[in-house]
Ligand binder design. Structure first.
Ligand code: ATP
Ligand code: MG
Length: 227
């Protein structure tokens, strides 16, 4: 088993907007060890979300090579990308991305329904994950009936449904109060202790205090690394 679960070599992502070229990710070399907890900081627009979208295969690089868990992402067709994301990647979005028309339980089970798993097993796993988040009384509530922190926890439960190898988390506590933020920090630490590879974009010292390494992005480049 390779030590590095993620290897990015000379990766760039360029967007063309109104004939203006934006180098969202600019010649990045990044290796992440299996089981590592990597923090990413950097000012708005520095390319953090683009970077994790490239790792998740939500976006494809303009140039460079990305290897994730032994796979060269450039070789994937759409179907292979979907399977890869569904099985290997857990994604926690800054804006939660919950489906408004679905209740909490329905939102959480979506990734496993897509993976075609046994329904009663799925519901059992979802209930356990939601219980761990303290949301057992909220199973049949809809996203608009939940606080921001509760919605974020639903997003975290959903990201763990298929027991992903890598969890990518985009500013999990940006809009949360101190107490909710601390709970989320604890959950992330729990994932790390369970052996998940964790990449977390955050400016919250409390969230990144257990990170093995924190990198900073500036104008699409990695400019700084600690530890
Ligand atoms: N789909 C797109 N089309 C055009 N430009 C884009 C697109 N996505 C991102 N960009 C640009 O790429 C740059 C990096 O964006 P990105 O979302 O990765 O930044 P970020 O570091 O996550 O910022 P924030 O902290 O505000 O979330 C920005 O200048 C942004 O405007
Ligand atoms: Mg972002």
């Amino acid at each position: 088993m390779a030590t590095n679960i993620i290897n990015m070599n000379n990766v760039s992502k360029t967007y063309l907007k109104n004939s203006h070229v934006v180098k969202a990710v600019d010649n990045v070399d990044l290796s992440v060890k299996r089981g590592e907890f990597l923090g990413i900081m950097g000012m708005s627009g520095s390319g953090k979300t683009t970077l994790i979208n490239l790792i998740a295969g939500f976006d494809t690089p303009t140039s460079g090579k990305i290897m994730v868990d032994g796979f060269d992402l450039s070789t994937f067709n759409d179907e292979q990308f979907s399977q890869f994301r569904n099985k290997k990647i857990g994604m926690v979005f800054q804006q939660f991305n919950l489906i408004r028309e679905f209740n909490v339980l329905q939102n959480v089970i979506v990734p496993s329904i897509i993976a075609n798993k046994d329904y009663s097993t799925i519901v059992e796993i979802a209930r356990r994950l939601l219980y761990e988040q303290g949301l057992e009384a909220r199973l049949f509530h809809y996203p608009n009936e939940l606080s921001g922190g509760e919605q974020q926890k639903v997003g975290i439960a959903r990201s763990l449904m298929n027991d992903p190898t890598i969890v990518l988390v985009d500013e999990p506590t940006a809009n949360l109060d101190r107490k909710s933020a601390e709970k989320i920090a604890g959950m992330l630490e729990g994932m790390h202790n369970n052996g998940k590879t964790l990449i977390v974009i955050s400016h919250d010292q409390n969230i990144l205090k257990n990170a093995n390494r924190v990198i900073t992005m500036e104008y699409g480049q990695l400019i700084h690394s600690t530890k």
